[in-house]
Ligand binder design. Structure first.
Ligand code: HEC
Ligand code: HEC
Length: 317
């Protein structure tokens, strides 16, 4: 097992940016495309710029290495899922200041995207010349609780859609407009606006026979060892959520805050962007944005956090 990690750190290819930074689930390679409108952070940069990150000292490598060995050694077999009463949002692992930032709407940078989303909600676009509001009216009524039950099965598509896909399908089919690019500023803003209408509501994912197979597929991805480090998501997030990796808490991977503002990203980002970070950290090939595997994984993760309150737009380190 240790050999795997040792190989990881001695391979010349991996000594570069790709592996080391991504191990702590940093943005790394394969990250989202920059948004067209060049979102500028509303707050001064509280973190070292990425250039400084490249210069991270050897101690960082050692910390990751030690953390990894601990994980590899402690997870001979995947343990059971986290009991319902022990589940905790990533919020509870954060420092006081980051929590305060999330809690205060005037300090939460994600709220700017919610405001942008509200403007987009009311804007007429596409050949149909219709706004979201023209059909759905007041979002605080029509979209209340929607994000808490997504991804949800779409009979038209024969599989679950996540919220971004659902919004984009209205954009294409109802507004007759070009779908918004994944991870674009506008799609994130609309998603944040819709998700905000479920703030505080418990996550509740359908588990009927149509949804089940996709949920099971998502669980399988979560529990399967993959990538050059031969790790499963569950090795960190089910078995070691009390632990730390390179100084950062590992957390339970509860996806209740997405889209969220990550200080590391200096922007809002989707759950898929976060999942890509972790897959790259595992030295596994990340799925493409919008891939069915991602939606299955999102579905499983949301089901796994059933009952926890929706926090979107959350703030994370
Ligand atoms: C021309 C009317 C129309 C427009 C414009 C429209 N939608 Fe919809 N939308 C619908 C209909 C009809 C449904 C329900 C379809 C179905 O039965 O699944 C729906 C469903 C949805 C859902 C899923 C709700 C649920 O309960 O699962 C979301 C989210 C949504 N729309 C968001 C949007 C957003 C955001 C916009 C603007 C970008 C938008 N829609 C524009 C007609 C529209
Ligand atoms: C080597 C350990 C490790 C593995 C394996 C791993 N992650 Fe992570 N993951 C982390 C760490 C550490 C963080 C938190 C980093 C931070 O916030 O600074 C994290 C964060 C997350 C979050 C964000 C939680 C929040 O509060 O927003 C999600 C979701 C997540 N991981 C899902 C996954 C999935 C799905 C997989 C498998 C594809 C996976 N992770 C594999 C270490 C891991």
């Amino acid at each position: 097992m240790i050999e795997t990690a040792a190989q990881f750190f001695t391979s010349p290819r991996l000594r570069g940016e790709v592996g080391l930074h991504a191990l702590a689930c940093n943005p790394g390679e394969g990250d989202s495309p920059p948004s067209k409108s060049g979102q500028s952070p509303p707050h001064p940069d509280p973190l070292p710029a990425s250039g400084e990150r490249e210069k991270k000292s050897r101690s960082f490598v050692v910390a990751v290495f030690v953390g990894l060995i601990a994980i590899l050694n402690s997870s001979a077999a995947t343990t059971a899922e986290i009991p319902l009463q022990d589940r905790r949002s990533g919020y509870e692992f954060m420092g006081r200041e980051t929590r305060a930032m999330q809690d205060d709407d005037t300090a939460n940078p994600g709220m700017l995207s919610v405001l942008e989303g509200e403007a987009l909600w009311n804007r007429k676009v596409g050949e149909a010349g219709k706004s979201c509001a023209d059909c759905h009216g007041d979002a605080s009524a029509s979209m209340k609780g929607v994000a808490a039950r997504y991804p949800a099965y779409s009979p038209a598509r024969g599989r679950p859609l996540d919220l971004e896909q659902r919004i984009n399908s209205c954009r294409a089919d109802q507004q007759k407009a070009t779908p918004l690019a994944q991870e674009s500023k506008d799609l994130l803003a609309l998603t944040a606006y819709v998700a905000r209408q479920s703030h505080g509501m418990p996550v509740e994912i359908a588990t009927d026979e149509r949804t089940r197979p996709f949920l099971d597929a998502g669980r399988d991805i979560f529990q399967r060892r993959q990538g050059q480090l031969n790790l499963a998501c569950a090795n960190c997030h089910d078995d070691n959520w009390n632990g730390r990796l390179a100084g950062a808490p590992i957390t339970q991977a509860q996806p209740t805050g997405y889209p969220l503002y990550r200080l590391e990203w200096q922007s809002l980002g989707s759950l898929q962007r976060r999942l890509r970070n972790c897959l790259i950290g595992m030295r596994a090939e990340p799925y493409a944005y919008g891939a069915p595997e991602f939606v299955d994984l999102e579905l499983y993760l949301m089901w796994r956090s059933r009952g926890l309150p929706v926090e979107a737009p959350a703030v994370r380190p």
